[in-house]
Ligand binder design. Structure first.
Ligand code: HEC
Length: 118
């Protein structure tokens, strides 16, 4: 018969490895905390798609609004400028967005395009 303690041992090793990975991942997050920590990038993506993309698309000769955020086009130079612009554009479109939505979209745009560290 196989050693009945083997599975328990393997399980324990698995748990330890899991905890270790968690620690390392946790440390990584702490070292480079994301900007807009309360923003949910998935919600931001949906909001952005719903209310922001079509106008930006119409502004670009290529029809690709996201080029506005590329390094060649962008005017924003920091996360705080980005946030201000998100708020400005959102207000102009009478989106009715609150802090929450602005954080979601700022997070999404920064994660996806700007990659500002501060
Ligand atoms: C009615 C048209 C319109 C809509 C709708 C709109 N925008 Fe804009 N957006 C603009 C214009 C115009 C600019 C400025 C372009 C320029 O001068 O560089 C701009 C620029 C921006 C920029 C700065 C780009 C850069 O780095 O230079 C961000 C960020 C932005 N918009 C976010 C948003 C968000 C988020 C929404 C959705 C709430 C949104 N916009 C909806 C017209 C619009």
């Amino acid at each position: 018969m196989a050693n009945p303690k083997a599975p328990a041992k393997a399980l324990r090793r698995g748990v330890l490895a899991f905890m270790f990975t968690g620690l390392v991942a946790g440390a990584g997050t702490a070292a480079s905390a994301p900007l807009f920590p309360k923003g949910d990038p998935a919600k931001g993506a949906a909001l952005h798609k719903g209310q922001c993309v079509s106008c930006h698309n119409s502004m670009m000769p290529t029809g690709k609004g996201e080029e506005l955020y590329s390094e060649d086009f962008r005017k924003m130079k920091s996360a705080s400028e980005l946030r201000t612009m998100v708020e400005f554009c959102a207000n102009r479109t009478r989106s009715g967005w609150f802090e929450e939505e602005i954080e979601h979209v700022s997070r999404y745009l920064n994660d996806q395009h700007y990659k500002f560290k501060k």
